[in-house]
Design a protein around this ligand. Structure first.
Ligand SMILES: Cc1cc2nc3c(=O)[nH]c(=O)nc-3n(C[C@H](O)[C@H](O)[C@H](O)COP(=O)(O)OP(=O)(O)OC[C@H]3O[C@@H](n4cnc5c(N)ncnc54)[C@H](O)[C@@H]3O)c2cc1C
Length: 510
């Protein structure tokens, strides 16, 4: 076991399904790649996982994880236990860009109107909290990305798998003559397997084999200064502690600071702290240092150029920024790629998951969860397919089951981005505690979904529809009544900026 594995955690591992004799090469040891390795191992596939960085990446601040994933951890004793230790359940408070509280804090629990007390859900730590009898609800799960990533990697080591670091892929290929796929590494060596999973994040080289080209990326014109650092660093500043507050029981309050539109050079900000960390973010006009990179850092002085343009911006917020350790401050550019319906190569032996298949704006709160759902769904589809000969159908069915759901959640991210989380579009001028796009992101259609059961339930229907396009097929992991119509980022964003309502056909709130 590696030195970073948690000695106190349970080391029990789930029962592994019978071996399928399918070899899988996963490219990318981010959270989607790690989860795919775990779930594919559990489903009886032979997995190896490679990663371009030379050691585990510990950069990044935080992300939200959906209950769909927390439920999946019930199958993994270590993940289930560790997750409860490292997760937080923030409530939400709305502020203006002077730091004044407008509304909240409000809990982020979203109840389901339907009675559904499954044992599995009731067993889970934060389900049924504060509920009326018979109701099931889900709350927001917030994680430190470095801790979440370490948890997945520790579990991987417990099943005897290790990420092979220092292997950068430069090209994906297929070899129809032996029904395999492979990758070329930067040193010229090649690796082959029955299936290659591209989990190599934004800008994956795999799009050349799935779409025949790179996916065009367009800047939104905005970028996010973002950082997380140990809370001990601000502990001697009572004003920061008072203003960036917590609930009486020590849970964090996610403060969302919103402007009417671009106020000075910024539009929104975010502050929160818990017992371990303080996190902050400021969305601003793209500047010279902005880039879509999780490793390129900038300095607080860059941020002050923006905060000095915001009327009434408080001094304590600048002190939070000034105290950020040197290597922790990113200026992550918000770049958009339109939803891509095709995630597989023509033979289906290269398949993309996570950010390699679909990118999200942070305002969707779903980048990590959808990558993890992909991992669970793909592993189950391969299990159902049962052998090497059926890999093509398995990856294409998986793609059919996942694409429309992902596109719905991408759309909500754009709606949130363009309307200051739905506050701008409420029309009343009042700040709502749970504005509509936030309610939609927390609605039962998002968290009640179980990607493994869904694959089990829908696999054969989706396959029949793929084989014969006269066979009707409707995904049910999307809002009820929503029938997918292709859309693109630019026209959606433009219509939202012009004050139009987005096309959200169906019931997105239940
Ligand atoms: C270091 C890091 C920090 C992050 N921090 C945050 C954060 O704080 N908040 C947030 O919301 N999101 C963060 N993200 C992004 C977030 O993890 C993803 O948006 C989401 O979880 C989907 O995960 P993914 O596994 O598809 O992509 P990623 O998590 O981006 O993982 C992709 C992996 O593939 C590897 N890779 C890329 N190219 C190659 C190649 N050519 N060959 C081999 N390997 C390759 C990358 O090094 C990376 O480890 C971060 C990503 C990284 C890599």
């Amino acid at each position: 076991m590696s030195p970073h594995a948690d000695k106190n955690a349970t080391t029990a591992v789930p029962k592994r399904e019978s071996a399928l004799g399918i070899s899988v090469l996963i490219v990318g040891g981010g959270v989607a790649g790690l989860m795919a390795a775990l779930e594919m191992w559990r489903q009886g596939l032979d997995v190896q996982i490679i990663e371009r960085s030379t050691s585990r990446l510990t950069a990044g601040d935080g992300f939200s994880i959906s209950h769909t994933i927390i439920r999946a951890f019930n199958k993994w004793p270590y993940l289930r236990k560790k997750n409860q230790e490292i997760t937080g359940h923030p409530s939400l408070a709305w502020h203006n860009l002077k730091g004044e509280r407008l509304n909240g804090p409000t809990d982020m629990i979203y109840p389901s109107p339907k009675v559904d007390n499954s044992k599995e859900d009731a067993d889970n730590a934060n389900i049924n909290k504060n509920n009326k009898e018979g109701e099931v609800s889900s709350s927001l799960y917030r994680h430190s990305r470095p801790k979440f990533h370490l948890m997945l990697e520790t579990q991987l080591e417990q099943i005897g798998l290790k990420v092979q670091y220092g292997k950068r892929v430069v090209r994906y290929f297929e070899t129809p003559e032996d029904e395999k796929a492979g990758v070329e590494l930067e040193d010229g060596t090649t690796l082959k397997a029955d299936l290659v999973v591209a989990a190599d994040g934004i800008g994956s080289h795999s799009t050349k084999i799935t779409l025949g080209k790179e996916v065009p990326a367009r800047s939104t014109g905005l970028s996010v200064y973002r950082a997380a650092y140990p809370v001990g660093i601000i502990e001697s500043d009572p004003e920061i502690l008072e203003k960036i507050d917590t609930t009486p029981d020590g849970e964090s309050i996610a403060q969302l600071w919103i402007g009417d539109s671009l106020q000075g050079d910024a539009i929104t900000a975010h502050f929160a702290r818990n017992k371990d960390e303080i996190t902050w973010a400021i969305t601003h006009k793209v500047s010279k240092g902005s880039s879509e990179s999780w490793s390129k850092t900038v300095v607080p002085e860059d941020v002050f150029k923006v905060t000095s343009t915001i009327e009434g911006w408080p001094d304590y917020a600048n002190r939070v920024i000034a105290l950020t350790p040197k290597d922790k401050l990113l200026d992550f550019e918000l770049v958009w790629r339109d939803p891509q319906p095709i995630w597989t190569s023509s033979s289906g032996r290269v398949v993309q998951i996570g950010d390699a298949a679909h990118t999200f704006l942070p305002t969707a709160g779903n980048g990590a969860s959808q990558g993890l759902e992909d991992a669970i769904s793909l592993a189950k589809c391969l299990r159902i397919a049962g052998n090497k000969e059926n890999i093509t159908e398995a990856t294409k069915v998986h793609n059919k089951l996942r694409y429309e759901r992902v596109a719905c959640l991408q759309k909500l991210g754009i709606c949130n981005q363009a309307t200051q989380y739905g506050q701008k579009s409420s029309g009343s001028g009042e700040t709502k505690s749970k504005p509509k796009y936030i309610r939609m992101l927390m609605a039962p259609w998002t968290w009640k979904h179980d990607p493994e059961n869904y694959a089990e339930e829908k696999y054969h229907d989706a396959l029949a529809a793929l084989k014969d396009d006269r066979v009707p097929f409707q995904n049910t992991n999307v809002p009820h009544g929503c029938v997918h119509k292709p859309w693109n980022f630019e026209s959606l964003l433009k219509s939202l900026e012009d004050g139009a309502e987005p096309d959200l056909e169906g019931d997105w709130e239940s």
